[in-house]
Design a protein around this ligand. Sequence first.
Ligand code: ADP
Length: 245
Amino acid sequence: MRDISHKKRIESFQGEFVDHIAHEFRTPLTSILAYIEMLIDGEATDQESKFMFYNIVYEEAHRLAQLIDNLLNLSRLESGMATINCSPTRLKRLLETNLEVIRPQCEKNNQKLVVELDERQPTLNVDKSLFSVAVMNLLGNAAKYTPPGGTITVWTSSNEEQFQINVKDTGVGIEEQELPKIFDKFYRCDTAQDETVTDSGVGLATAQKILHAHGCDISVSSKRGEGSMFSILVPRSLINTSVGD
Ligand code: ADP
C-alpha cells in the first residue's frame, strides 16, 4: 500500500492553478475579442468611439502581456531557474523611466503624481529589468487602487542600515487583517474585488520574489480608506560607488 494523498494534493493544486490562470487569461481576451468584433461589425461609427475601442483593446492586451511577464518571472524565481544579472544601475534613471510609463495612466485617472527625487540618487547593483518589474508593480498598484483626485508620491530615504524607495498613495487602503496575505500568489483584497479593476493578484508576489532574490525586502503600511505606503528596502551592500547606466 502506498500513501498517495500528497500526490493527490499536488494534482488538485495543479488543477486549481490551471483553472485560475485560464480564468485570468480569459477575462482580458474576452474583452479584446468583443471590442474587435464590434470594430469589424462597424459599431464604432465615429472617430471618437473608434479611438475608445482601440484604446480598450490596447489596454487589455497590455494587461495580458504584463500578467504573462509576471507569471513567467514568478515561476522562474520559484523554481530557481531565473538568472539575475546585476550591474551598476543609476536609480534615478530607472525610477524616471518607470515613472514615465505610469504618468499617462495617472493623468487619465486624474491623479496627482508627486516625484521627490533629488540629483543625489545612488547607483545600485541590481538586475535592471527585474528590479524595474518590482518598481512598476508598486507604481501600477498605486495608480489602480487610488480614486480620481488622489495623490501618488514617490521618494527615497535612507538610514544607516538601508536605503528605501517609497511609493505612497491616498487610495482605498488595505484592512489590517489582509496585510499579511497581500504578498501571497493570487491573493486579492475585498476592496479590489469590489472595484471594476480586474487583476490577478500576482503583482506583489512577483515584486517580493524579485526583491528577495536581490537581498532586498518590501514593507507596507496601510489603513483602509486612507491609503497605503509600500517601501523597497535596499541593503547598503547593494549600493555601488562606481557609475552605472
Ligand atoms: P493585483 O494584480 O490584484 O493588483 P497584487 O499582487 O499586485 O495583485 O496585489 C494584491 C492585492 O493587494 C490587490 O488585489 C489589492 O487588493 C491589494 N493592493 C495592492 N496594492 C495596493 C494599494 N496600493 N492600495 C490598495 N490595495 C492594494
